[in-house]
Write a protein that binds this ligand. Structure first.
Ligand SMILES: [Zn+2]
Length: 498
């Protein structure tokens, strides 16, 4: 069977990469994007992201030239997507007009300088075209434009940067009715450094503006007017925001009105990566940095409500499943279900990450696949996380054998015989390290039982029956459920049930 990962064959992938490499100007890149549809495929985006990561990690001299193309390509893809959202929203507004307008009830929140700017304007708008001003260095020119625009002399208070957040004033057009308004937005907000932003965030007073005429949230940038350095990289990015919700938890707020489209997730993730690198994310003073590797948790918040949900989750007490672990299981399930990540790759990633970061994660026993409440893939990823956590915590080989066996069962339930075989091989490797004795026999029996399941799956019924016949001799296996086996093997004490 020819391999077509992500629906692309290797030739298509190579041709797309070559076409991308050949584009040396922005115009050429636009042309290539139009001509080679594979460049819009989420699978290719994953390949490009991997390549970017490799170049970064190896500090390659090719990074600069690759990165220029890479970021521009994803800017183009993002712009096209955003423009199509606006076009759709315009069309439906033209047909139905405004519906159910919820009045805009909340006052926007911003640091002093920006609130003064809004107060002076009092609903008036600066011209749609013109330069952008850095409030730090261009206050004279800004005051002059503002005075000319309002017909009276305006002197804004001196600008002072606020630690932990960066802001801009942008003239936006409503994505539905096209009414213009001024939106003062944060494009970087670090709640660890600036906890004073938490309350206004919860009150939906930051980056939550809607059109006062029709209530739509979708908007597009008309003019970036006042911009605190360094800026988000491009005009569309100025409508997005990188949030740090807790020490290692980040969330990307895409331009308002963006809705989740599975196959475009990579575009936003890559745009998020670029925005994150625009500014440093210092640790708060007086807090030592964490020992051991730390996994940053990245989420995408499509609405202010979703952002607040992640904030709650990030600040919840950590006696539950850690947020990082939960996010990984949910994201992997989503990516594999939607076909943008091959299952075998997801398996490797989860095992690797949990082994690297799971030193303080709880060991969660998801139980047998048929009793699991949730998608079968989530069961699988729970098993794999547990395998990884056991590695991270250098757990004894009997526990590792049991969980690899459980992973094999989960893969069999998914109909993945070859991958189940690989998991069972891990179980057998760990089993070889278990000291002889009763625990060894019990764990060995569990492996043999799963081996029989696998043989049955492969239609090798006679061999399966022979194994089962032998297992019957062992009285310990008469209670044939996982919890009982775990208990007998003496490894249940530190396991949390879901
Ligand atoms: Zn509107």
């Amino acid at each position: 069977m020819p391999r077509r990962p992500g629906g692309l064959d290797p030739t298509e992938i190579n041709e797309a990469l070559a076409a991308l490499n050949s584009a040396t100007t922005p115009e050429a890149l636009e042309e290539v994007l139009e001509r080679v549809p594979a460049l819009s495929s989420p699978f290719l985006h994953a390949i490009l992201r991997q390549k970017h990561l490799e170049l970064q990690n190896s500090k390659s001299p090719h990074l600069r030239s690759f990165e220029g193309r890479y970021h521009f390509m994803f800017l183009l893809l993002h712009e096209r997507w955003h423009q199509s959202l606006v076009a759709q929203s315009r069309a439906s507004y033209a047909q139905t007009g405004p519906t159910d307008i919820e009045p805009v009830g909340t006052e926007p929140y911003a640091p002093t300088f920006w609130m003064a700017l809004l107060r002076e304007l009092d609903g008036a708008l600066p011209p749609a075209k013109g330069p952008f001003y850095d409030p730090e260095t261009d206050s004279e020119a800004l005051n002059a434009e503002l005075s000319a625009c309002l017909g009276r002399t305006i002197t804004l208070p001196p600008f002072t940067a606020t630690p932990g957040s960066k802001w801009a004033a942008i003239v936006v057009g409503c994505g539905a009715c096209d009414r213009r308004r001024l939106d003062v937005r944060a494009y970087v907000a670090d709640l660890v450094i600036a906890p004073e932003l938490i309350e206004p965030l919860r009150e939906q007073r930051i980056n939550a503006s809607r059109c006062p005429a029709c209530g739509a949230t979708l908007s597009y940038p008309v003019r970036v007017w006042v911009l605190e350095a360094p800026g988000a990289g491009d005009t569309l990015a100025m409508l997005s925001c990188a949030w740090r919700l807790a020490r290692n938890v980040f969330s990307y707020q895409p331009p308002p009105g963006t809705q989740r489209v599975e196959e475009n997730d990579r575009i936003l993730e890559i745009r998020f990566g670029q925005l994150l690198r625009a500014v440093p994310w210092p640790d708060p003073d007086g807090q030592p940095s964490a020992d051991g590797p730390v996994q940053a948790t990245m989420t995408i918040s499509y609405s202010p409500a979703e952002l607040i949900h992640y904030l709650d989750r990030a600040s919840a007490p950590s006696d539950q499943i850690p947020f990082a672990m939960e996010t990984m299981i949910r994201e992997m399930t989503r990516k594999v279900e939607s076909g943008i990540l091959p299952l075998h790759q997801a398996i490797d990633t989860v095992l690797e990450h949990a082994a690297m970061f799971g030193h303080d994660w709880p060991l969660v026993n998801p139980g047998l696949p048929r009793f699991f409440k949730g998608p079968p893939l989530a069961h699988l990823f729970h098993c794999l996380v547990s395998e990884g956590v056991l590695r991270a915590q250098s757990a004894p080989p009997d526990a590792r054998t049991m969980f690899a066996t459980l992973t094999a069962s989960s893969l069999l339930a998914l109909g993945e015989g070859a991958l189940a075989e690989a998991a069972l091989a891990r179980a057998e490797d760990s089993l070889a390290l278990v000291e002889p004795g009763r625990a060894h026999d019990l764990v060995a029996a569990a492996v043999a039982d799963t081996r029989a399941d696998l043989l049955e799956f492969l239609n090798r019924y006679d061999e399966a029956a022979a194994i089962r016949q032998q297992l019957l001799v062992n009285p310990d296996l008469q209670t044939n459920n996982l919890q009982a086996r775990m208990a007998r093997a003496g490894i249940a004490s530190h396991v949390v049930s879901t």
